[in-house]
Design a protein around this ligand. Structure first.
Ligand code: ATP
Length: 229
């Protein structure tokens, strides 16, 4: 049985005169255990689709947002710890903010070491590089320890080699993974299926074994509105 299904669903922003349809009457089903890459040009609707699926999956999916949503003034430890804030009481969270609990510190440290940022635990996130921040955001999503994973360009700021390693870490810890990215080679090598969106529709939805780089490149070609008549 599919984990989540969209059936002729239209996704839009705004209301009334300001309503802007991003994806029109799309259908898709995500299966347990699938690793799915989400591709499409900037503005194609990847984030919009991820938000809709996030609404469907709720707490079953860890969420790694675009732009990371980190708190710059807080340490790496505290940003990662925030992945589980909702699971503990406000009082305990406040106490942990001032004086980290030993077992929470150990768990975050272990995760950060795995991601190559173990030595940065006490460093405020605002003092990190873009790639280091990406890894903090991924650590925070992994710390959520949810069955599935939704990621909006989580490896955008890292080199391909590191990107491949991070994708492996994410996919081996989750059942279904749906990850937006622009690295087409990694989409082919680290995923089972690619969903490509273009001009308000799902233009491609195939197993990676049936796909070539050229087919993925086609999702990024500049498009011109159809000429009249
Ligand atoms: N809150 C919003 N209100 C109105 N329009 C929005 C809103 N968020 C996104 N859009 C519009 O919806 C369309 C799809 O945006 P979306 O962020 O889903 O694209 P994307 O594929 O994730 O792009 P990128 O790769 O640049 O992150 C764009 O035209 C964008 O301007």
């Amino acid at each position: 049985m599919a984990l989540v299904t969209l059936q002729e669903t239209t996704l839009a922003h705004g209301r009334g005169r300001h309503r802007h349809v991003v994806l029109d009457s799309i259908s898709l089903a995500l299966q347990p255990g699938e690793r799915v890459a989400l591709l499409g040009r900037s503005g194609a609707g990847k984030s919009t689709l991820l938000e809709a699926l996030r609404g469907e999956l709720g707490n079953a999916a860890a969420w790694c947002p675009q732009g990371q949503g980190l708190v710059g003034a807080l340490s790496v430890y505290h940003n990662v710890y925030m992945g589980r804030l909702e699971r503990t009481s406000t009082w305990r969270n406040l106490r942990n903010l001032l004086r980290p609990e030993h077992h929470a510190w150990e768990a975050v440290a272990e995760l950060c070491t795995l991601l190559g940022i173990g030595e940065l635990l006490r460093r405020p996130v605002e003092q990190l590089s873009g790639g280091q921040r990406s890894r903090v955001a991924i650590a925070r999503a992994l710390y959520q320890a949810r069955p599935h994973f939704l990621g909006d360009e989580p490896i955008a700021s890292v080199d391909p080699h590191q990107g491949a390693r991070l994708l492996r870490l994410i996919t081996e810890r989750h059942g279904m993974c749906l990850i937006a990215l622009h690295q087409r080679e990694l989409a082919l090598t680290h995923f089972d299926r690619v969903i490509g969106i273009e001009q308000g529709r799902i233009a491609l939805d195939e197993p990676t074994s049936d796909l070539t780089l050229e087919q993925l490149d086609a999702l990024y070609r500049p498009w011109t509105p159809a000429s009249p008549g």
